[in-house]
Structure formats: C-alpha cells, structure tokens
Design a protein around this ligand. Structure first.
Ligand SMILES: Nc1ncnc2c1ncn2[C@@H]1O[C@H](COP(=O)(O)OP(=O)(O)OP(=O)(O)O)[C@@H](O)[C@H]1O
Length: 205
C-alpha cells in the first residue's frame, strides 16, 4: 500500500491547520508526525486515513496493481487513538470477537494469544467499563497492531501506559510490525522509536 498526498491542506473555519503537504508513504515505511500540542498532528493523521475530509489537494491510495477507492481504504487500515472509545458493555472477549467481524487478526493470532500479548489474559471476562485507562489502551493497541491490514495509524499510542505497557507496545511493533506501513502521531520518542522518517507539522503552516 502506498499513500500519496499532493498539496493537501485542512482548515477549520478560517484557520488553516496545515497547507501544501506533499508526501508519499510507502509500504514497510515507519513515519512519525511530530509537533507541539494543538499543532495538527492528529488532524493530519486522520486526513491521511480519510477519517476526516481535507479542504484542498489530493490523496491517493494505491498498491502496485491498482488504485484503492477512498471508501475502500478503511478496509486496509486500523487506527488506535485515545479518542475512539471501546464499547463499555462488552467483556474483553466480546470486544475482540466484535472487532474480528470487521478485521481478522494476523495468521496465528487467536483471541487468547492477543490478550496474553498485552498482559490481559486474566481479564477475558471482565467488562470494558471496569478496565483502567491503561488497560483500555492495551486493548486498542492489540486490536490495531494484531489486525491483518497493510496500514497502521497510531495516535499517541503510549497514552495512559506505564513503563511495562510501553515495553508491551514496543514489543508488539517490533514483532508484528512486519512489512506494514506505520504512521505515528506523537510527542514522545518512546512512541516513535521505530520511525526513520519524521514529518514536522510546523513545516506546513
Ligand atoms: N472539529 C474541529 N473544529 C475546529 N477546530 C478543530 C477541530 N478539531 C481540531 N481542531 C483544532 O485543530 C488544531 C489541531 O488539533 P490536533 O488535535 O490535530 O492537534 P495535535 O497536534 O494532535 O495536538 P495534541 O498534541 O495536543 O494531541 C487545534 O487548534 C484544534 O483546536
């Protein structure tokens, strides 16, 4: 999967959040979107994912064989963000089964294994509403990183994680990142430890 942005901009009312973003994201690449609070990192990540509409410019999704339609791209991508909520009424087991109706896990990953990888195997039957914020973040990371899709979008992936949680995140990326395209929006080096390409949002003001 390759994602190309050509002169892309986003504005809210009269405020341009960023303009003239021309970038290519390639299969297997690791990209970090960097900048201070409120600079537009999350907005750019959501624009790249097609989750919010850009105001100008063109975004193209493609594989070596074909161009992917915008309304098909979400099938190729998972998103982990602090602002997307889990369904609180589900148990962890139900949350995983629900997710798998839309995105299956990587080969060899069963629900039990996914829980174990993020240290939540003892919480399989607990309702999400009783999970701590760090436990919820571990679930979001497992659902995103272990899904069998070519593109991972991670917005502040270590939000609410303790040191052990950060180690779990880094282990998941290292072990299961594979040849996928990963884009991280972050202020924290621990979150973008694997990235070689840095996009400074301040360059696009
Ligand atoms: N729906 C919206 N309507 C109006 N302004 C918005 C909207 N969403 C975001 N903004 C504004 O866009 C700017 C960029 O926000 P964004 O959340 O992308 O920043 P960020 O760099 O991810 O910040 P942080 O590091 O704090 O998460 C902010 O000024 C924010 O107030």
């Amino acid at each position: 999967m390759m994602i190309s942005l050509d002169q892309v901009g986003k504005r809210y009312n009269y405020d341009w959040i960023f303009r003239r973003v021309t970038l290519s994201f390639e299969q297997g690449g690791r990209y970090a979107i960097l900048g201070p609070n409120g600079s537009g990192k999350s907005t750019l990540l959501q624009v790249i994912a097609g989750a919010i509409q850009h105001s100008e410019g063109t975004i193209t999704y493609s594989t070596p064989q074909e161009t992917i339609a915008h309304d098909e791209f979400f099938n190729n991508c998972t998103f982990a963000t602090p602002y997307l909520e889990l369904v609180e009424e589900f148990t962890l087991t139900e949350a995983i089964h629900f997710h798998q109706q839309f995105k299956s896990f990587l080969p060899g990953i069963e629900p039990g294994k996914a829980m174990e990888l993020v240290g939540l195997e003892k919480a399989a039957k607990k309702q999400i509403r009783y999970f701590s914020s760090g436990m919820k973040q571990r679930i979001k990371l497992a659902l995103a990183i272990l899904s069998d899709v070519p593109v991972l979008m991670l917005d502040e992936p270590c939000t609410n994680l303790d040191a052990a949680g950060v180690a779990v995140y880094q282990q998941l990326i290292t072990e299961y990142g594979g040849n996928r395209l990963i884009i991280v929006s972050s202020n924290d080096e621990q979150e973008y430890f694997m990235c070689k390409d840095y996009i400074h949002i301040s360059h696009y003001k």
